[in-house]
Design a protein around this ligand. Structure first.
Ligand code: BGC
Length: 391
């Protein structure tokens, strides 16, 4: 909403500020801090990081595009006018997964090939030209997840080069250190490595917003293990794909537990789902499906119950520790039926907005897509799901 009447704006801001303070106090009162003592709360909630977070409210991930290894094509092309379409749809930012490590030369310099810079530049400059804020990251850096200590030198060298390349870009460009640390890259192990990467980036980008994900695939449950440097331009990002058996149904990369398809959102379904016996589902999946088939809407596992409390925790954690938190990925694979997908995206983004958490859908035009390239329109129901109004 835009208004030119300054006084209304000021009164509104004061009221909004008071509401935030009251709400923050309420959340913080119910919250029990449990991070290690090294994690010191930051008091200023109007720091550069909090101001940056306001630019990252409604985003889309440009998935399956720049994170692919050289020579591989995962079926995604992106044209310059798609950034205008993103902006028109209502998005304010784009998160860009990038597989920089695939383009790194040998140790000790790990020199990045110019090709990857020119591909990322194309995305970054077109996004910025369309008033979209941009978050670039290192995505699928498997070596870091397998052996963080061994891959640290390369991780730091990659960030040194990215930081130097983009040092004069506007503040609307932010750096996310690494996507979904997992495996050996536990939060505890990554805390000091992330701190070193932040220090490295700060050499050339003293004012750039830097985004850190906890371990456990950017898990909300891992926030409690974070230790961040007291840098007032650091944002945290988490991912949430709950309810997982709904969002990842039929996703071959997500393992055997997601083989059952036909799961709707919200449950229960009008006609119970009877998965094919040949799927040989594990007892916990069978149990989940039983609950999905039988429990009423307010207790059903395929419902906002799967994420509402988690998002409340994110908000309370963020208020207490003083670092803004962004929800960098949520979404549902296109194997789910279109109505359920739209219901899910609508419910999730409402729950995120209720907690004042900026969100970023997975993804723009790939397997969890919003945008239908074949007719240059959003998939049915998706615009209304994310931005309200008619589709
Ligand atoms: C991965 C994608 C995957 C998505 C949902 C992302 O973090 O990079 O490859 O499709 O999560 O599982």
């Amino acid at each position: 909403m835009k208004t030119n009447i300054k006084i209304i704006g000021t009164v509104f801001s004061l009221l909004a500020f008071q509401c935030c303070v009251i709400e923050a106090a309420t959340n913080a009162a119910a919250f029990t801090p449990s991070n290690p003592p090294g994690m010191q709360p930051l008091a200023n909630h109007n720091s550069p990081a909090w101001r940056a977070a306001r630019m990252f409210q409604h985003g889309a991930n440009l998935g399956n595009y720049l994170e692919t290894p050289p020579g591989q094509n995962w079926g995604i092309t992106v044209s310059a006018d798609e950034f205008a379409a993103m902006k028109r749809e209502g998005f304010d930012h784009v998160r860009v997964p990038v597989g920089w490590h695939h383009y790194a030369g040998a140790a000790p310099d790990f020199t990045l090939a110019p090709e990857i810079f020119s591909r990322v530049d194309f995305v970054v400059t077109n996004a910025l030209a369309n008033q979209l804020a941009v978050m670039i990251n290192i995505h699928h850096f498997d070596e870091l997840d397998k052996d963080p200590a061994k891959a640290t030198a390369e991780f730091l060298a990659i960030w040194r080069q990215i930081a130097a390349h983009y040092k004069d870009f506007p503040d609307q460009l932010v750096f996310e250190l690494d996507n979904e640390p997992h495996g050996k890259a536990t939060t505890a192990l990554m805390n000091p490595i992330h701190a070193r990467a932040i220090a490295e980036i700060r050499q050339s980008n003293p004012h750039r917003t830097i985004v850190v994900e906890p371990g456990g695939w950017g898990g909300i449950g891992e926030l409690k293990n974070l230790i961040l440097p007291p840098d007032d331009n650091v944002m945290v990002s988490v991912h949430c794909y709950d309810p997982f058996y709904f969002t990842h149904q039929g996703a071959s990369w997500a393992g055997p537990d997601t083989k059952a398809t036909g799961i709707q959102f919200p449950g229960p379904p009008a006609k119970p789902l009877v998965p094919d016996a040949s799927l040989d589902l594990k007892p916990w999946v069978v149990d989940w499906i039983k609950k999905y088939n039988t429990l009423p809407a307010d207790k059903n596992p395929s419902s906002p119950l799967a994420f509402t409390d988690k998002l409340k925790f994110v908000r309370a954690w963020s208020d207490y520790y003083g670092y803004p938190v962004h929800l960098g990925e949520f979404g549902s694979y296109t194997k789910a039926d279109p109505t359920s997908r739209a219901n899910f995206y609508a419910a999730f983004r409402r729950a995120a907005e209720a907690q004042k958490i900026g969100w970023c859908i997975w993804d723009w035009s790939a397997g969890f897509r919003y945008w239908d390239k074949s007719n240059q329109r959003p998939l049915p129901g998706m615009h209304a799901a994310l931005f309200g109004g008619l589709n």
